[in-house]
Design a protein around this ligand. Structure first.
Ligand SMILES: [Zn+2]
Length: 78
C-alpha cells in the first residue's frame, strides 16, 4: 500500500514539476521575443531638461514619463 502511494506522489511531483518548468520556459521565451522588438530610445525632458533612456514598443507614438518630474516626453530623433 505504502509503495503505491509513494509512487503516485512521485508521479504527481514529476508532473507538477514538468508543468512548472514548461511554464517558466515559455514565459522566458515570450519576454525575450518581446524585448527583441522593443527599442531603446533617448528622451529629453521638456520641463526639467533631464536626459534619460527607456524601452518602448515599436511604432509607439506614446511618450515615456520622465523619472524626475513625471512629464511625458516623445523620443529624440537623430
Ligand atoms: Zn523631467
Amino acid at each position: 500500500m505504502g509503495n503505491i502511494e509513494t509512487s503516485l506522489n512521485l508521479l504527481l511531483f514529476i508532473g507538477v514539476s514538468g508543468i512548472f518548468l514548461l511554464w517558466v520556459c515559455c514565459d522566458r521565451q515570450d519576454n525575450v521575443r518581446l524585448r527583441l522588438h522593443w527599442k531603446h530610445s533617448a528622451f529629453l525632458c521638456r520641463r526639467c531638461r533631464h536626459i534619460y533612456e527607456a524601452m518602448r514598443p515599436p511604432k509607439s507614438r506614446e511618450g515615456v514619463p520622465c523619472p524626475h518630474c513625471g512629464t511625458e516626453n516623445t523620443p529624440l530623433h537623430f
